[in-house]
Design a protein around this ligand. Sequence first.
Ligand code: NAP
Length: 245
Amino acid sequence: MEGKVALVTGGSRGIGRAIALALADGGATVVINYNGSRDKAMDLKQEIESKGGRAEIYQCNVSDFAKCEELIQGIVKQFGSLDILVNNAGITKDGLLMKMTEEDFDQVIDVNLKGAFNTIRFASRQMLKQKSGRIINLSSVVGVAGNAGQANYASSKAGVIGLTKAAAKELASRGITVNAIAPGFIETDMTDALPEKVKEASVSQIPLARFGKAEEVAALAAFLASEAAGYITGQVIHVDGGMVM
Ligand code: NAP
């Protein structure tokens, strides 16, 4: 990935942070997008630079269409290209369907699904000009299998799969690959928030009998972003300890 420029949305924490590190280790210049966690994004930039890598931080709420245009234009202006886009930014607002507010439904769709559309909308124009590119979208096993209490999140992550496949078909002729990663339960702030009882019940559904690590998702993202993955597009690859098979 030497000489490549990568954008990781929601790169300040969790899986996005691990992906940013893995891409930087592979030689890419990494733009770490964050929404609220400026200090964490700055710490990560410094960590990458201390290892001899190149990184930049960029605040942007990915649900904002106009701000995403600015984000992509800013990257191309500063670095001259955009080769790898990782749509990782995501939120949950769990609740039973009958009690879920309209706001909680809309917010999750806006960040998780519309956010991915927004960045692809602008990044793909640049990638089309370059006649190459890698787009990697974070879906979830929940987008494939559904989950009680997560109607908003499951809808957004199923939407990400549809978006991935549509974009893959639209962009393939120009050498751009688009794939989705569907993690199961991964140890991050997002799953830390789950009650202990839910965590225990979740582990019992995982054949490998443990939560995954952010680095285990990042390893797949780095592979999909590499030259070696040039013949893989439109796929949804699970990193879930065998949870959904
Ligand atoms: P996390 O620890 O909660 O981190 C979420 C990241 O998304 C943060 O960097 C956050 O940035 C960013 N973010 C949230 N809203 C944003 C917005 N509006 N604009 C830009 N950035 C925003 O989550 P995670 O567990 O690492 O999850 C990462 C992705 O993997 C998500 O798409 C999630 O749905 C998916 N996933 C996670 C799991 C899991 O078990 N952890 C399983 C399946 C799928 P700030 O802190 O700067 O606001």
